[in-house]
Design a protein around this ligand. Sequence first.
Ligand code: MG
Length: 164
Amino acid sequence: MKNIQYRIGIGYDIHRLVSGRKLVLGGVFIPFFKGLFAHSDGDVLLHAICDALLGAAGLGDIGVHFPDSDKKYKGISSLELLARSANKIAVRGFRVENVDTVLIADNPKISPYRARIINKISSVLKIPKGSINLKATTNEGVGPIGKKAIASYAVALLRKAVRG
Ligand code: MG
């Protein structure tokens, strides 16, 4: 008899907003006068999702699998990191049930890009768009998060068929 095992994971990431960088969130280029400083493209949303997926599978974190000290990850698209993270959990028998996220940014507004971001994540994870949720909020001007940096939280639920 087969039982379904469920596992939950959480992810968090933050990157500083700096001049001279492109802003990429959820794999989508967003016109803005600043971008996120990072070794990769700085896509905090996808990094948080990677950590949620890896965490749910008990596989550590994004830094373990794709260290920013490794030159081969310099400037890498985080869609590629998400695809590789998804592959790592898939080969261990896990399927993604759903992903929920929170993006914290005072500017720019995320809502015009929400559908495109969800499309991208859906196609990389190969799950329905309705299984991915993106919530955006400001930090109400409290502290530097949202103003000087963009942060993101994600949770992911994975399922796996196990012998009962
Ligand atoms: Mg990051």
